[in-house]
Design a protein around this ligand. Structure first.
Ligand SMILES: Nc1ncnc2c1ncn2[C@@H]1O[C@H](COP(=O)(O)OP(=O)(O)OP(=O)(O)O)[C@@H](O)[C@H]1O
Ligand SMILES: [Mg+2]
Length: 235
C-alpha cells in the first residue's frame, strides 16, 4: 500500500536519508525504530510531502506521491500525527476534532457518527469536549491528535513517537488505541523509541541507522532474538 524505494532526502546540503526502502501493507502495523537523529521523523515528513526527496520513489496505492501537498494526501487516506502533536490550543476538543471532518461529501449525520465513535474510544475526550485543547495534559493531547487523525478515516496513520514523555498509564492507553486501530484494519507506521511497546503492537519492524534501514524482521523474530535490538539500539 505504502512503498518507499531508495529514498534520498536533504535538508539544504545535509544528506539525511541515504536510500530508505520500506513498505506497509493494508492493515499492517509496522514499527520504525532507531536512535536519536537517524532520520525517522524525516522519513515520515518525506512521505507526507513536507520535504521533497531528491531521489527514489514514494508510492501510495501504486501512485507516486513524493511532493504531493499534505492536505491532498490526507484526503487520499494518509494521516500523520507529528511529534509535536499540533493541537489547536485555543479551540475546544470538539472543534479540534471537527477540523478533521471538514471535507467534501461529509453529511452532518456522518460527522456525528464519527465523533460518537471517537468519544466511545476516548472517554476522556468526551468528558473534555468543551475544554480548550491547550488545557489538556500531554497524554490527552496525544490522544486528541490521534483521534483527530481518525476523523479522516485514513487507510494508514503515521505516528511519530506517540508515547514520548508520557506517564506509564497514558502509554498503556496509547497502546490500546494502536491495538484498536489494528483490529479496525487501519495500517500504522509507528516511529518509536519505546522498544517493548513497538515489539508488542507491530507485525513487522524496521531498524534505522544513520539515514538507512539496517535491519528488517517480524516483531516475533525480534522478540525471540534480543541481540539484534541490542546491536542497533543498545538496549
Ligand atoms: N529542518 C532541519 N534542517 C536541518 N537538519 C535537520 C532538520 N530536521 C532534522 N534535521 C537533522 O536531520 C537528522 C535526522 O533528523 P530526524 O528528526 O529525522 O531524526 P529522528 O530519527 O526522528 O530523531 P529523534 O529520535 O530525535 O526524533 C538529524 O541529524 C537532525 O539534526
Ligand atoms: Mg523524530
Amino acid at each position: 500500500m505504502l512503498t518507499l524505494t531508495e529514498v534520498h532526502t536533504y535538508y539544504g546540503k545535509s544528506h539525511i536519508l541515504l536510500g530508505v526502502s520500506l513498505e506497509v501493507q493494508p492493515g499492517e502495523v509496522v514499527g520504525l525504530l532507531g536512535r536519536n537523529g537517524v532520520g525517522k521523523s524525516t522519513t515520515l515528513k518525506t512521505i507526507m510531502g513536507l520535504v521533497r526527496p531528491s531521489g527514489g520513489h514514494v508510492r501510495f496505492e501504486g501512485r507516486e506521491i513524493a511532493g504531493t501537498a499534505p492536505h491532498r494526501l490526507a484526503h487520499a487516506g494518509l494521516a500523520w500525527v507529528p511529534e509535536d502533536r499540533r493541537i489547536f490550543r485555543l479551540l475546544t476538543v470538539m472543534e479540534n476534532l471537527r477540523t478533521g471532518l471538514d471535507r467534501p461529501g461529509m453529511t452532518e449525520a456522518r460527522r456525528r457518527e464519527l465523533l460518537d465513535k471517537v468519544y466511545a474510544h476516548f472517554p476522556v475526550l468526551a468528558e473534555r469536549r468543551s475544554q480548550a485543547g491547550g488545557t489538556l495534559s500531554g497524554g490527552e493531547q496525544q490522544m486528541l491528535a490521534i483521534a483527530r487523525a481518525m476523523m479522516l478515516e485514513p487507510k494508514i496513520i503515521l505516528l511519530d513517537e506517540p508515547t514520548e514523555g508520557l506517564m506509564p498509564r497514558m502509554v498503556g492507553q496509547i497502546r490500546e488505541i494502536i491495538t484498536l486501530l489494528h483490529q479496525d484494519r487501519v495500517a500504522i507506521l509507528l516511529v518509536e523509541q519505546n522498544v517493548p511497546l513497538t515489539l508488542d503492537v507491530s507485525d513487522r519492524v524496521y531498524i534505522m541507522e544513520k539515514g538507512l534501514v539496517r535491519h528488517h524482521a517480524t516483531a516475533a523474530e525480534l522478540r525471540a532474538d534480543h541481540a539484534v535490538i541490542h546491536q542497533y539500539l543498545g538496549v
